[in-house]
Write a protein that binds this ligand. Structure first.
Ligand SMILES: *[C@@H]1O[C@H](CO)[C@@H](O)[C@H](O)[C@H]1NC(C)=O
Ligand SMILES: *[C@@H]1O[C@H](CO)[C@@H](O)[C@H](O)[C@H]1NC(C)=O
Ligand SMILES: *[C@@H]1O[C@H](CO)[C@@H](O)[C@H](O)[C@H]1NC(C)=O
Ligand SMILES: *[C@@H]1O[C@H](CO)[C@@H](O)[C@H](O)[C@H]1NC(C)=O
Ligand SMILES: *[C@@H]1O[C@H](CO)[C@@H](O)[C@H](O)[C@H]1NC(C)=O
Ligand SMILES: *[C@@H]1O[C@H](CO)[C@@H](O)[C@H](O)[C@H]1NC(C)=O
Length: 399
C-alpha cells in the first residue's frame, strides 16, 4: 500500500503533467506577469474599451491561441483539443448579436441582429431580424469542407417579433424578449415556434397596463417553470423607446396564473439573466457603464450579481460575483456543472461557481452573447462575426 505522501506526490505529478499538456489552441495566462506594469495609463487611455496587451504578449498572440487558461480548472472546460472557428461574417451590419438559442430537434442555432446599432439601421424604423444557422454547416466550416455557414432569415408574422434581443428555450418553442419600437409598439415577450411557419404568440406586453421599458433577456427556472426576465433602458439609450416608465428590474411570470411580479431591483442596467443548472442560484449582469448612444459611466457596474433562489422562487443574498475589465458582461449562461460564462468585450469569460476567473474564450472582439449547443459545442455572436467553439463542457439542460 503506498504511503499517503506517495499518493499525494503522484497526484501532484499528474497535475503538473496535465498543466504541461496545453492544447494547441490554448495558452496559459500567468497573471503575475501583469501585476506590476512599468506604466499604468489613466482612464482616458485604458478603460473598458481598451484591449489589454501586457508585456510578453501581442494582440496576435492572444487571438492565435484563443483558449486562455487563467486557472487549472479551465482544463476541464476545454478538454484536450478545443477549437474556435470563425464561421460567418458580415461587413458592418451587426447581424450576430444576441438571443442565441439552440433548437435541438433540427440542430439549429437561432440568434438576432442588434436592435438599435446605427450600422444595423434598426430600432425606430425597422425591427431587428431573427436568423438561424445549422450546426452541421458550422462543423463543415470547422473541418474545411465549407467556406462559411449559410445564415437564413426567419420571418415571423401575426404578430411579428419586434426588436428581439433575448431568447430562451421553452417546451419546444423559443421565447423572445422584444424591446419594442417607438411609443406605441410596446416591449413584449413572444413565443415562437422554431419550425416553419415560425408562428408566434404574444405572451405578455404590459405590467398592469403600463409599458415595460425595453425587455432584454429571459430564462426559465428549472424548479418552478416560471420565466424570469430583465427590463432595462437600451431602447431609450439607443433612441428607439420613450423615457422609462418603470424601474429597471427583474420580473417573473407564472404561466398558469398569469401573475407578473418583481424579484429584484437596485440595478443600474440589468441585462443578461440565467440560473445555475439546479435552479438554486440566479445570475444577472448589470451593464450600467454602457449608456448606448450616450457614452459610458465608468463608475457604474460592469458586473455579474449572484442571488440565492428560495423554494418559493424569490431571490435573496445578492452577491457581487464578478466585475469585468473588458467592456461589459452581457449574455450570461451556466454549464452542466454550474460554471458561469458571460459574453464580454474580448470574448467569453468563464468563472467557477465561487466567482474565480478560470479562463476565457478569446475572440478579440465584443462577444455580446453565446450559447451551448448541447455537449461540447458553443456558438458565439460577435456582432459582425459568428464563431463556433468545440470544447469539453456542455450546457445546462434546455428547458
Ligand atoms: C477609453 O480609452 C480609449 C483609448 O483606449 C479612448 O479612446 C476613450 O476615449 C476612453 N474612454 C473614456 C470614457 O475615457
Ligand atoms: C426613421 O424614419 C424617419 C422618418 O422617415 C427618419 O427621419 C429617420 O432618420 C429614421 N431614423 C433612422 C434611425 O433610420
Ligand atoms: C465535415 O463535417 C460534416 C458535418 O459534420 C461531415 O458530414 C463531414 O463528413 C466532415 N468531413 C470531413 C472531411 O471531416
Ligand atoms: C424569409 O423570407 C425571405 C425573403 O422572402 C426568404 O428568402 C427566406 O427564405 C425566408 N426564411 C425562411 C426561414 O423561410
Ligand atoms: C403555431 O401554430 C400551431 C398550429 O396552429 C399551434 O398549435 C401552436 O400553438 C402555434 N405556436 C405558437 C408559438 O404560436
Ligand atoms: C455614474 O454612475 C455612478 C454610479 O452608478 C453615479 O453615482 C453617477 O452619478 C453617474 N455619473 C453620471 C455623470 O451619470
Amino acid at each position: 500500500m503506498p504511503s499517503i505522501l506517495a499518493v499525494l506526490s503522484a497526484g501532484i505529478i499528474v497535475k503538473d503533467v496535465l498543466a504541461q499538456h496545453v492544447p494547441a489552441a490554448a495558452q496559459i495566462i500567468d497573471q503575475k506577469t501583469f501585476n506590476v506594469l512599468e506604466f499604468v495609463p489613466p482612464p482616458a487611455e485604458a478603460n473598458d474599451s481598451t484591449v489589454f496587451v501586457w508585456p510578453g504578449v501581442t494582440q496576435e498572440s492572444l487571438t492565435a491561441k484563443p483558449f486562455h487558461i487563467y486557472d487549472d480548472e479551465f482544463y476541464d472546460v476545454i478538454g484536450p483539443n478545443p477549437s474556435l472557428t470563425l464561421i460567418a461574417t458580415s461587413d458592418t451590419d451587426p447581424i450576430f448579436h444576441e438571443a442565441v438559442t439552440w433548437h435541438a430537434p433540427k440542430d439549429e442555432v437561432f440568434f438576432v441582429q442588434n436592435a438599435g446599432a446605427p450600422a444595423a439601421g434598426t430600432g425606430l424604423n425597422k425591427s431587428s431580424i431573427i436568423q438561424k444557422i445549422s450546426l452541421a454547416d458550422a462543423e463543415k466550416v470547422r473541418n474545411g469542407t465549407l467556406q462559411a455557414a449559410p445564415v437564413t432569415i426567419v420571418n415571423t408574422s401575426n404578430p411579428q417579433v419586434i426588436n428581439p434581443n433575448g431568447g430562451t428555450n421553452y417546451k419546444g418553442n423559443i421565447i423572445f424578449a422584444g424591446e419594442g419600437q417607438g411609443d406605441d409598439i410596446t416591449s413584449a415577450l413572444y413565443v415562437m415556434n422554431p419550425e416553419p411557419p415560425y408562428n408566434t404568440t404574444t405572451l405578455i406586453n404590459n405590467y398592469f397596463g403600463r409599458q415595460f421599458n425595453s425587455l432584454n433577456d429571459l430564462v426559465v427556472n428549472p424548479n418552478n417553470g416560471e420565466v424570469y426576465f430583465t427590463d432595462t433602458l437600451y431602447g431609450f439609450l439607443q433612441d428607439f423607446r420613450p423615457p422609462p416608465g418603470l424601474r429597471n428590474q427583474v420580473y417573473r411570470y407564472n404561466f398558469h396564473t398569469g401573475a407578473i411580479r418583481v424579484v429584484a431591483d437596485d440595478f443600474t442596467l440589468p441585462n443578461g439573466i440565467t440560473f445555475s443548472p439546479d435552479g438554486h442560484h440566479a445570475y444577472v449582469t448589470d451593464t450600467g457603464i454602457a449608456l448606448g448612444f450616450y457614452g459610458r459611466n465608468l463608475s457604474s457596474p460592469a458586473s455579474v450579481y449572484q442571488f440565492d433562489v428560495s423554494q418559493d422562487g424569490t431571490w435573496g443574498n445578492r452577491k457581487t460575483f464578478a466585475y469585468v475589465a473588458s467592456f461589459i458582461p452581457d449574455g450570461v449562461h451556466t454549464d452542466s456543472v454550474g460554471r458561469v460564462y458571460a459574453g464580454c468585450g474580448d470574448g467569453v469569460h468563464v468563472w467557477n461557481p465561487s466567482g474565480k476567473l478560470i479562463g476565457k474564450i478569446y475572440t478579440g472582439t465584443t462577444a455580446a452573447n453565446f450559447q451551448f449547443a448541447g455537449e461540447g459545442r458553443m456558438v458565439i455572436t460577435g456582432q459582425t462575426k459568428l464563431f463556433y467553439a468545440t470544447l469539453a463542457a456542455k450546457g445546462a439542460p434546455v428547458q
